[in-house]
Design a protein around this ligand. Sequence first.
Ligand code: UD1
Ligand code: CA
Length: 458
Amino acid sequence: MLQIDVVILAAGMGKRMHSPLPKVLHPLAGKSILSHVLDAARTLSPAKICVIYGYRGELVRQMIGNDSDLTWVEQAQQLGTGHAVKQALPYLGNKGATLVLFGDVPLVKHDTLKALVEKSSEDNLVLLTVELDNPTGYGRIVRDPVTNCIQAIVEEKDTSQSQKKIREINTGIMVLPNMYLENWLDKLSNANAQSEYYLTDIIAMAVNDGIRIETSSPASDWEVSGVNDKIQLSVLERVHQQDIANKLMEQGVMLADPARFDVRGQLVCGNNVEIDINCVFEGNVRLGDNVKISANCILRNVVIADGAIVHPFSMLEDAEVGKNCRVGPYARVRPGTQLDDAVHVGNFVEIKNSRIASESKINHLSYIGDTEMGKRVNIGAGTITCNYDGAFKYRTVIEDNVFIGSDSQLIAPVTVARGSTIGAGSTITRDTPEGQLTLSRNKQISIAGWKRPEKNKD
Ligand code: UD1
Ligand code: CA
């Protein structure tokens, strides 16, 4: 098998982003543009991945992380794409081929790269090209009018009037034979309209050396679209989201509107899942069979079991939701929460770092934190577990079949024993006995003859 090295050009600053953040670090679907390119490169299991970095390079390295499969190569001055690839020469194999990718072209697919690499050998050169209705701005693929063989790539700024009409363009992605690369790169000159060392000039050199030039094309043009400004970034974001949505819909997921649906990570769905508008899925999210996610929910790293329904405007993070649970509307389920089967969590309820056993209900306006809750517990409106004394956090234990009256506070550490009932408005500071009614409440009094103050009316 042909050994493949990858060189990713990512040294440019991306002036048109108007941002202190280097272009390649801008997020698309929750991860940086460059990470998308790296992930695509990795699917080919290359021998080397060289990342050519320059503008704010330390930040780029820091944010991408020092993954051991990456070779970071600095290009201190951005003198052109040919100059950029030249910096990687010391790290490339003597034989085999080098796939050149752009750090700002995030959506290129594995299948496209695989097809390109499969066409390559130790002594040919393969270009990824597309035909565009409007080729303005791109390097044009110049072919011999008789043989149709590729002769050169001419950059937009160096094209003649007739070359401007060529619709086949260089996407920038290509596979180059390592044996010839050094020789060609050494011969590059910057005597052109932009005074840059163009990588594209090696095509004419290769033709001159009798090297076969082949082409391949992506399934969709958007795979090779680059990000130069925030408008293009937003366009690619939607294209990518639509692509994710299409795959889910093909599997049977019902999306109310794929244009109002965002996955920033990985979403895996079971059968017959319904997702309403404006939902955001971050990190790893798994939805079981027959799960319904209503409008305006945010789910980050959650697993939701079969038949559960999340009502509108709920936010769930680092949590597990059991079968047939009902969550929301307006619920906040925070990290470390585990809801067993058929638990109900209603509006304005916050749960953190707690396990709620099956069939328990916390339906209104409550805070449950650091709590172990049994089965079939009913938590009245406005109940609060007071888990924090300003310095330390303590656990609350609420055993099976407990009923907590509304507006109660449970001062942790405290255990409410099995079958206990807590009277509404109680402040519970000590463990309660099984099966009894416990309440802490001032006796109700009425004052006869008391007069409500009134303002003087003159
Ligand atoms: C390049 C191609 C052009 C092609 C187009 C596709 C060349 C000379 N031209 O043009 O044929 O149609 O891409 O989008 O190759 N970079 C570096 N170091 C440098 C210069 C560039 O790392 O010194 C990086 C940039 O950050 C960017 C990529 O290489 O990610 C492309 O550079 P850019 O200047 O945008 O090339 P184009 O003029 O768009
Ligand atoms: Ca560009």
